[in-house]
Design a protein around this ligand. Sequence first.
Ligand SMILES: [Zn+2]
Length: 202
Amino acid sequence: MSSYAGPVQDLIDELGRLPGVGPKSAQRIAFHLLKIPTADAARLAHAITEAKERVTFCPRCFNIAEGGECSICADPRRDTTTICVVEESRDIVAVEKTGEYRGRYHVLQGAISPIEGVGPEQLRVRELLARLEDEGVTEIILCTNPNLEGEATAMYLSRLIKPLGIKVTRIASGLPVGGDLEYADELTLGRALEGRREVSEG
Ligand SMILES: [Zn+2]
């Protein structure tokens, strides 16, 4: 259905590749961009290139950073014996907002999803295991999303890490099931974190 002239269709196609943007939305955003002043469109394009050029991933936890370690790993006041495992960098923002957590993080950059062909080897699991000994970790908090993929990922990791003699906990239920961590309000997420339970099944 490429019914528009070259550059317009290219724009629609590119927008349509973004997560959560269907063909209809892609079309709507494209025509919106064509109508706005050139300076506004240039600012958006610049923000994208700037972010792509300057933002890197922390070599330790894979959170977003600006070259080198992220601000959390570089903070000497953080407790290095606890790692909160999340799916994406944006989940760190959600946990940080609760003000309940003072440890470090590890971003998996996704979750196990057989349907989408994502297995543990596509995630930052190996890097997490390497950190356990290096950083003297005593507790791993599994803070993956309360949906099918997040639960499968948490179960996989607990089976992997518990035998190593490290305490593995999972955030408490009470979060909206099937939802994303980022949609939970601070109070609910804070409570889920506080009420985390040791994963019993090894
Ligand atoms: Zn980091």
